[in-house]
Design a protein around this ligand. Sequence first.
Ligand code: COI
Length: 373
Amino acid sequence: PKGTPDIDASALTIEKTTAPKPLLDAKDLIFGRTFTDHMLSVEWTAQDGWLPPRITPYQNLSLDPATCVLHYAFTCFEGMKAYKDADDRIRLFRPDRNMHRLNRSSARIALPTFNHDTFIDLISKFVNLEERFIPKQKGYSLYLRPTMIGTQKTLGVGPPGSALLYLIASPVGPYYPTGFKAVTLEATEYAVRAWPGGVGDRKLGANYAPCIVPQIDAAKRGFQQNLWLFGEEGYVTEVGTMNMFVAWVNEEGVKELITAPLDGTILEGVTRESVLALARERLVPEGWQVSEKKFTMAQMKKAADEGRLLEAFGAGTAAVVSPIKGVSWRNQDIKIPLSPGKETGPLAEKFWNWISEIQYGETSHPWSYVVPK
Ligand code: COI
């Protein structure tokens, strides 16, 4: 079939599964291990444009061993979630932000771009079909993984002449196997995740695989994740699965919530952007300063030593808001305060509550998108 210059949602065809999968208990969900009954696929070719979107039973892809994604990493993705509200409506959280970022990622690796609203329409149709897989409990959701790959069969290094945009979905609970508990990080200096002029700000598959060996090393020493530093100054960048926030009383004696600026080395997290916006709206009136500014591990250590370090947490779609209880840096353990008797600090708890309230539609907010039936 001939395609269209942009995706045509009205051309969608749906082939339902004849073998519906059993649902797992929420407590048995492991992040990203089990998937729903169906997948959504849209093929693109340089010659014909976008072909009609298809929802089919979840199935293997068939790729020639020479397919360019397998050799040169033409792959980018998004992480987003579908939530069930108290009235059984399905909600997405700021899906336009994910579509914007997916287009920026795909454009960076010579893959096609598409209209945001059209793909949100298709996602809506897909999540309606997969509704029974969306867990109803707070903290649980249906994780959506839009992915785009280059599918041209060639070992030549060049722009892919064909691509596949697809969507799969996995019912999930907490990202970390420890559950809703504070995590510990190891500050990593012997490897770098991203660098100026690189692609650390795009959600490319190629950014993730190189982080696994350092993650294994950190895990051997008892840490859940790496905290990626940059440069001789030891700038704190991000965690790789989440953006990093620190709360301290700064050198000027002001309560400050700080995160690294979007200088091209930081993933432009939707949760990061949301935490910043909520902080500006709700913490600034309480006397907080909110900063997107470079800061170093040495400053964090000094703040801890002087009793000025208040809290640290990560923010990401998969991890939501994840309290951090310690960072190890050059063999020194920096202990990060938590609320007495709790696995979270007060700010992380606040943000988790504020953001989940919006995600689960407990409060009406423009960031929450109610999926039309
Ligand atoms: C997300 O937060 O959705 C991510 O993409 C991080 C990780 C699971 C790859």
